[in-house]
Write a protein that binds this ligand. Structure first.
Ligand code: DOR
Length: 387
């Protein structure tokens, strides 16, 4: 199969033809011709930080509804987080969850392994058992605070015992001030070794990570919302508008953009549960921002496709390139519209981006197969592969 169009290729948009065999790109050329796509063809998104819930929290999201929401947002692969109920802290629950994902995911799916004090001595052994069958992108997100809390000492011991990537939720448990909590936790972790730092919300911490061999992730909500505007809870908390602007000014220094899609029902939000859904709107909002010149398209692709694949060793993903999966999204740049929660697909039915301008993908291709077109999903659940 050959597809022609304006493809985002090696940092710029070129008019070319992409030849696909068995889901993989086998040739990119200016001399061939195939069915022509309208619009701009971008590498599909990779969201390395989602909480798809399921299990005992199916009332607020499932792998099925979460992955459907991701698909509408132009995401071809997610990394799900292990703080489910029950949590993913041994091979038994990991296998159970992957079997569930096999039956229910619309897009490609992978899952991190949780670290808690209780499994920390056995973590290498658990990884070995799981990796006979599945690929674990990372250990984490490791919480330094909350119910799954791990001490710095345990984190250090585990860091020294495995070469696996460890993703850290960097909030110091003893520090009350939320800016200092992040800065202190990052400072302490950088002394221990290399980590991937989830949802960094302060420019100071971002700069410290930038100067190190560790990697960082930022979220749309810490870039687009400040605590003056919205009082919904999230961890790490939304910062002041001044801090938000500083973070955005340093956006270029972040390695990854990820949603931290963390759905809760409206009732739970009233009780103070932290987190927001977001996997469906990252690419649409940021593609719109790229169109308006607020960020570059190249930065967006790096942070939402290329770097996630590179950092988490997802070797067939992340670029439109020979040898990679034919995972594309097609945007029509003139198709601007406002986000309405009624149009989104997460089970919770609300968004903190109501009214934001966005450009949603018109078509999505996964491994060469058209999976979404003009708002219609063309495959069944279970189409996605688990890693
Ligand atoms: O606000 C958050 N909610 N931060 C996290 O790290 C976890 C997430 C959740 O699972 O709800």
């Amino acid at each position: 199969m050959i597809i022609s169009g304006n493809f985002f290729y090696r940092g710029r948009i070129i008019d070319c033809a992409v030849e696909i065999e068995d889901g993989l790109i086998v040739d990119i050329s200016k001399n061939k011709r195939g069915k022509r796509l309208k619009g701009i063809v971008m590498p599909a998104g990779i969201d390395v930080h989602v909480h798809f819930r399921d299990f005992k929290e199916s009332y607020k999201e499932t792998i099925e509804t979460g992955s459907l929401s991701a698909l509408y947002g132009g995401v071809c692969l997610v990394v799900d987080q292990p703080n489910t109920n029950p949590p993913i802290t041994d091979e038994k629950v990991y296998f159970e969850r992957m079997r569930k994902a096999e039956r229910s995911t619309y897009i490609d799916y992978s899952l991190n392994l949780g670290l808690i004090e209780e499994n920390s001595e056995k973590i290498k052994n658990i990884i070995e058992k799981i990796e006979e069958k599945y690929y674990i992108p990372a250990i984490g997100e490791v919480f330094l605070k909350n119910a799954m809390m791990v001490s710095y000492e345990t984190l250090e011991r585990v860091r020294k015992s495995t070469s696996k990537i460890i993703t850290v939720h960097a909030e110091d448990p003893k520090e009350e001030d939320d800016v200092l909590a992040e800065v202190k936790a990052v400072e302490r972790c950088l002394k221990i070794g290399n980590f991937h730092f989830c949802h960094i919300s302060t420019s100071k911490a971002l700069n410290m990570i930038y100067e190190s061999n560790s990697t960082s992730e930022v979220t749309p909500h810490h870039i687009l919302h400040s605590r003056e505007k919205i009082d919904f809870r999230v961890n790490p908390p939304l910062k002041s508008n001044e801090e938000r602007i500083m973070l955005f000014k340093n956006f270029q220094k972040a390695d990854i953009l990820a949603s931290d899609h963390a759905p809760h029902t409206i009732e739970e939000k009233k009780e103070g549960k932290p987190g927001f859904p977001g996997v469906e709107v990252v690419y649409p909002i940021f593609f719109y921002m790229a169109k308006k010149g607020e960020i570059s398209l190249n930065e967006l692709v790096k942070k939402f496709s290329k770097n996630p694949a590179k950092i988490f060793n997802l070797s067939r993903y992340g670029e439109i390139e020979v040898g990679k999966y034919a995972n594309f999204v097609v945007f029509d740049p003139s198709d601007e519209r406002r986000i309405r929660s009624d149009d989104l697909h997460s089970k919770v039915g609300w968004t903190i981006y109501e009214g934001f301008m966005a450009i949603f993908p018109r078509e999505v291709y996964i491994r060469g197969e058209k999976v979404l077109e003009d708002g219609d999903v063309l495959v069944d659940k279970g189409f996605g592969e688990v890693l």
